[in-house]
Design a protein. Structure first.
Length: 371
């Protein structure tokens, strides 16, 4: 039996997936919002309404019954874990465990013990034997999120585990046989990582037996309003109004927004809107959406060059003329969110990109509901 883990340090999420249909009869995948709180900009609901989303369903249905490794590729917040859980539920392993592990959440010194386990006395502080996540997922599915963040030394060991179907704990010489299906996910271009020597090509091909590309929300716009209505129902029940509705102008704003934070950004926008809306009507101002599309104003081959202030001034002037409420806070929030996403949800890298301390970043991320 796997060793019991401390819940405060447990990176895996074992909450069951709720499958159903939305108002249009399309498949809807959600987490139980009462028992589960997603960490970071992850998606907690996924709907298959857009034709490009529905096109995934036959592929997932064919892949699920097999034992093939799956690599889900998509931006942060697009629903990669939900797709992994959906594949698990459609497979013969549905009665077994589904464990989700964020490979970027551990330091290089800890990740080997977390994944593969260790024996008592294997290193300082190893006061008892502990099974790793591979052993804990025996008979089920192990979801390796952000697999592109694994250090090279761990990539070699992961490749061996996938090839031999067995794991050796740190401090042991006895292999433990595995019956685990691996579904991996990444928000980085592993092709480029392989070419740059940051990711092993043999591991890449081992993981992506079946690649599943997951489009960002801006490229499957028919999913936006069904997801918005789902979150409106979830969070509307928490407000003083018996029913919260989107105005036509709010629906238009949602549909046209670029959603750099994908589904998780949409959920946060709806949650915020239900808290501040009046008379149960959500307006565009309640959504507080800002598109930081700086391309026309920034220096490039086709645009003006100059200092950062000179490049930003025309864009800021347009925003000021638009009369946006709480403009400064919204600009700061969007900048922090974008930096957090581009850094792979790494707080230290986010702080370095923004030129501030990690404590400052953590404060903003907490206020934005991203941690």
């Amino acid at each position: 039996m796997p060793a019991t883990r401390n819940q405060s340090s447990q990176p895996a999420r074992t909450v069951s997936l709720v499958s159903g249909t939305n108002a249009d009869g399309r498949p809807l995948l959600t987490f139980d919002h009462e028992d589960h709180h997603a960490e970071g900009p992850r998606a907690r609901a996924l709907v298959f309404t857009d034709p490009r989303s529905r096109a995934l369903l036959p592929l997932l249905a064919r892949v699920a019954p097999s034992q093939a490794n799956v690599l889900i590729i998509g931006e942060t917040g697009t629903g990669k874990e939900l797709v992994a859980r959906y594949v698990h539920e459609l497979s013969d392993r549905a009665a077994g465990p589904f464990l989700a592990v964020n490979c970027g959440a551990f330091s290089e010194a800890l990740v080997e013990g977390e994944l593969f386990g260790y024996e008592r006395g294997a290193f300082t502080g190893a006061n008892m034997a502990r099974a790793g996540w591979f052993e804990a997922a025996n008979g089920g599915t192990l979801f390796l999120d952000e697999v592109g963040d694994l250090p090279p030394s761990l990539q070699v060991k992961l490749l061996r585990v996938l090839q031999e179907r067995e794991v050796v704990r740190i401090g042991s010489r006895t292999p433990v046989r595995l019956d685990v299906r691996v579904i991996a996910a990444t928000n980085v271009d592993l092709h480029k990582a392989v070419q740059a020597g940051r990711f092993r090509s043999d591991l890449f091909y081992r993981l992506q037996v079946v690649p599943v590309p997951l489009l960002p929300l801006r490229d499957r716009r028919a999913d936006i309003l069904p997801l918005a209505r789902h979150f409106l129902q979830v969070y509307g029940d928490m407000t003083q109004f018996s029913r919260v509705e989107l105005t036509p102008a709010a629906e238009e704003a949602l549909f046209r927004h670029s959603w750099p934070g994908n589904i998780r950004e949409l959920e946060n926008a709806i949650y915020r809107a239900t808290l501040i809306s009046r008379d149960g009507q959500v307006s565009p101002d309640d959504l507080a959406l800002i598109d930081l599309n700086l391309a026309p104003a920034l220096g490039s081959e086709d645009g003006p060059a100059g200092t950062l202030e000179e490049q930003l001034r025309p864009f800021v002037t347009r925003l000021l003329d638009g009369g946006h409420p709480e403009l400064l806070e919204r600009l700061i929030g969007m900048t922090v969110s974008e930096a957090f996403q581009k850094s792979g949800e790494n707080q230290i890298k986010t702080a370095e990109a923004l030129g501030v301390t990690r404590n400052v970043v953590r404060t903003y991320l907490k206020n934005l509901g991203l941690i």
